[in-house]
Design a protein around this ligand. Sequence first.
Ligand code: UDX
Length: 434
Amino acid sequence: MKICMIGAGYVGLVSGSCFADLGNFVWCVDKDKQKIDMLNNNQIPIFEPGLKDLINKNYSSGRLKFTTNLNLAVKNSDIIFICVGTPTSNKKGSADLRYVYNVVAELSLYINKFKIIVTKSTVPVTTGDKIEKIILKKRRKKLFEVVSNPEFLREGEAIRDFRFPDRIVIGANSKIATKKLKSLYDPLIKKGAIFFSTNRRGAELIKYASNAFLATKISFMNEISNLCEKTGVNVEDVSIGIGLDKRIGSRFLRVGPAYGGSCFPKDTKALTFTGTLFKTDLSIIKSVIKSNEKRRIFLTERVKKILSNKIKNKKVTFLGVTFKPNTDDMRQSSSLLMIPYLHERGAKINYYDPSGEKKEFSRLKNVFFCNDINEACEKVDLVIIHTEWDEFKSLDFKKLYRKRKFKIYDMRNLYSPRDMKKQGFSYHSIGRQN
Ligand code: UDX
C-alpha cells in the first residue's frame, strides 16, 4: 500500500520504517528540513535500538522515502498517518493539538482522491470529529475517512512492540476504512496480533485509558512498596503474588522511582482535563498523578536519610539518568528533580548514562558526566542505580570500591539484599528489607 507518515519523530519513524519493512511504500514527511536531510544522509535523529538498520534496509530498497514536501507525499498515498506531537499545553494539562490541526488544515488542500486519514498521535476523545470538520470546511466532497489507530510503542522496544503487538486498535466510523486498515495490518494479524475495531471515539479513549491504567498499576505498587518497607514485607513477593492472579496480570508491577517519559505524565494529565471538559471527575487518575509527583520527593528524602541527613559536600553518583533504559530520553525523568535537589544542597554529583551526556545538567556547576562506571564511582559516598540499563545489572562492587567504600541505593531492585549484605555492602533498595 502507499502510505504517508506525517511527523518523522519517534512514532512516525518507527511505524513508517516498520510499515515499509512489511512491503509497503512509505513517505515520511517532516517540516524540519535538517531532520529530513539527516535521514536522507543515513543519520537517525532519535535513539532507538534496531531503528538505524531498519531504516537503512528499507531506504535502500526504495520503499522508504523522506521529504519535506507534504503535497507530494499526500498525493501519492492512500493512507495518511498523523504522527506529530501532542504535548501538554497549559497549567490545566490539556493536550496541545496545534500541530495536529495545522497538519490537517494543510493536508486537506492536497486531497486529490479518496484518502484514509489516521491519527496515530495520542489525541483526546472527539479530536477525530474536529479533524473531520476542519477538512470538510475546505473540501465539500467527503473524499476521506478519519480513523483513530493509537500506537502502543514503548521507547527502547518500539520495533518489537510494532511487530508483535498485543492488539491493534482501529477506531473508524466506516466499514471501508476498517477493512483497509485491517488489510494493512494483515501480516501482523496472521502472526497472531489481535485486531480490535471500534468506533473512532472508542479508539481515542482506549489509548488514554491504557496509559492511565498502566500508570495506576505502577503508582499503586510504588505505594505498596512504602508499606512493605514499614512492615518487613518484600515487595517483589507482593508483585508476584498479586500478578499471578490473571485478573491483575504480572506486568507493570515493578517498583522504582516516579514513572516518567513522554507519555504517562502527559497522558494522565490530558485525560483528567478531558474529564473536566465533559464534567466527569476522574479522581483515581488525579490521585495517581499526585502520588507520582510525591514519589519524586519521597525518594529524594530517602537519599537524604541514607546520607544521614548530611548532603553538603557528599559525593553522589547516579548510574543512569534517563527515565528508562535503551533510550536517551530525559523527558519527565525523576533524575531531573533529584540531581538538582542534591546539587542545591551542596552535593557533588557524578553521573554516567550509556546514552551519553545530558544537556539538562550542563549548567549545574558540580554535576559531572563520567565516561564510564569506574570513573563515576571513584571516591564517592553513595551510588544510586537510577535506571535499569543492562550494564548495571552485574556490577563488581568490590572492584568499584577500591578507593573508597560507598553506600548503594538501588532504585530498581537489581540486586539481592541478602547477597549484598553477605558481601558486606551498605545496600538499600525499594520495598525490601535491606
Ligand atoms: C508508554 C506505554 O507503555 C506505551 O504503550 C505508550 O504508547 C507510550 O508510553 P514508554 O513511555 O516508552 O511507553 O515507557 P514504559 O516502558 O511504558 O515506561 C514508562 C515509565 O514507567 C518509565 O518511567 C518506567 O520506568 C516506569 N515503569 C514501567 C515502572 O516504574 N514500573 C513498571 O513496571 C513499568
